[in-house]
Design a protein around this ligand. Structure first.
Ligand SMILES: Cc1ncc(C[n+]2csc(CCOP(=O)(O)OP(=O)(O)O)c2C)c(N)n1
Ligand SMILES: [Mg+2]
Length: 277
């Protein structure tokens, strides 16, 4: 079902606020991962504010959908989205990476409300999600498991083992969204370790493969709606994104994978995003 204009406007406004807030806290803390956080902004927003059936008032509800950020270094954006969703106060963002904070540098299921799986070491999220998805099916649960992977992350061999296994067991309650920004920690994915023809690869692995613009909320929501109908196969949405999206001098630059933001850079970024400070 098409989004209402008001829903679309709301989610796009959220994304702009999320970008500004994440950049501010990363500037304050002089640490963190701006590139991958900006890249995944619309994906997480569409998941938490459109697709997933989760309730912060009842966070452990048995039939809740699960969302796993396997590319755990984008934790700042996940935290900002979780805060907006009501899992904890937005002000808690100011404790990011502090000693004993609930908002560790990478997501921790034992610290942070709303986090389903601790991540950070790349390549483990899909296997864990598959186990959850198959377990939920055995229990007769209607819950879905969503996993966000990075395109550098899929260099990890465990990802492909899980892909084969998910197809074999018909895990059609498993939905992967690939943050397909073409860049990883220290260069373009095509140079570091080319992943080839991803749509063909995933289809050959037995997956239902969808493609969309990963910064277009309408397109993302439409793909997520399509993915939500069980069809006997696991689903991957290849979401085309731009690393550092929204800040011209960060876009497509691996140097902005994990670099502290200076005052001048922050001011320029804020201006581009239409903010004031
Ligand atoms: C197993 C493992 N190896 C290396 C790292 C270090 N590392 C953190 S992020 C990253 C690059 C990830 O690139 P990508 O998946 O494309 O993420 P994005 O572009 O969305 O930031 C690497 C190599 C890690 N976290 N885990
Ligand atoms: Mg990448």
């Amino acid at each position: 079902m098409a989004l209402l204009v008001s829903e679309l406007t709301y989610m796009n406004q959220l994304c702009n606020t999320f970008r500004q807030d994440v950049l501010r806290v990363l500037r304050d803390k002089q640490t963190g991962h701006p590139g991958g956080s900006l890249s995944v902004c619309e994906i997480l927003t569409a998941l938490y504010f459109h697709a997933a059936r989760i309730d912060p008032e009842d966070p452990r509800k048995a039939d809740r959908d699960r969302i796993i950020l396997s590319k755990g270094h984008a934790a700042p954006m996940l935290y900002r989205v979780l805060a907006e969703k009501g899992f904890f106060p937005v002000e808690e963002m100011n404790t990011l990476r502090d000693f004993e904070t609930r908002l560790q540098g990478h997501p921790s299921a034992s610290h942070t409300p709303g986090v389903e799986l601790s991540t950070g070491p790349l390549g483990l999220g899909l296997s864990a999600a598959l186990g959850m998805a198959l377990g939920l099916k055995l229990d007769g649960s209607p819950a879905r498991v969503y996993v966000v992977l990075g395109d550098g992350e899929i260099n990890e061999g465990t990802v492909w083992e899980a892909c084969m296994c998910a197809a074999k067991y018909g895990a059609d309650n498993l939905i992967v969204i690939l943050d397909w920004n073409g860049v990883q920690l220290d260069g373009p994915t095509d140079e570091v370790m080319p992943t080839g023809n991803l749509p063909a690869k995933f289809r050959e692995f037995g997956w239902n493969c969808l493609e969309c613009d990963g910064h277009d909320i309408s397109a993302l929501c439409e793909s997520l709606d399509t993915a939500a109908s069980p069809g006997g196969r696991p689903v991957i949405i290849l979401a085309k994104t731009v690393k550092g999206k929204g800040v011209s001098f960060m876009e497509g630059q691996s140097t902005w994978h994990g670099k502290p933001i200076s005052e001048a850079e922050y001011a320029a970024a804020r201006q581009e995003l239409g903010g004031a400070e």
